[in-house]
Design a protein around this ligand. Structure first.
Ligand SMILES: [Zn+2]
Length: 160
């Protein structure tokens, strides 16, 4: 389907023609540019989307995201890409972010039952760090819960 596409030679050689299972990061991916683009048929296309399409065909639904199975957002190895929803994409980023910083950023899956459990374990001597890992939440989030800086008001559902 892309037989006639005029693609950046780098992309053709290193992505289309690759067999590696290692991450492929474009040398054109400038620092901070998370979505390197490839010139394809004169259009600037996100390399990760194009690479995903090579492997998996076009996105099954409009608005789907090229998600990574690896943690490297700039990676354009087609073997590391799959079509996912916005939610999956955000989850990917959260996981990737957590591996980089040691933290996750989502507190949305917490409930009062879990918050009470975390506080009880903390009062029983558990560290906020170990609780953060156990419940897959940010260490700062666990600290806030244990110190009642977050999830203070039951009537607001924990939104403070
Ligand atoms: Zn990768």
């Amino acid at each position: 389907m892309h037989g006639n596409a005029k693609v950046l030679p780098w992309f053709l050689e290193n992505v289309v023609g690759s067999n590696t299972d290692e991450c492929i990061v474009s040398p054109h991916a400038a620092e901070g540019n998370l979505y390197p683009r490839a010139l394809i048929d004169g259009k600037r296309v996100r390399m990760n989307r194009y690479a995903c399409e090579l492997r998996n065909g076009p996105a099954p639904y409009p608005g789907m995201y090229a998600c990574h199975t690896c943690d490297v957002r700039q990676c354009v190895n087609p073997r590391h890409l799959y079509w996912g929803t916005h939610a999956q994409n955000m989850k990917d980023k959260a996981v990737a972010g957590s591996r980089q910083s040691g933290e996750t950023h989502s507190g949305s899956k917490l409930t009062w039952a879990i918050v009470d459990e975390i506080r009880a374990k903390h009062e029983g001597g558990r560290s906020t760090r170990s609780l953060a890992f156990e419940y897959s939440i940010a260490i700062s989030g666990a600290w806030k819960i244990c110190n009642h800086k977050a999830w203070r008001h039951r009537e607001t559902g924990g939104v403070t």
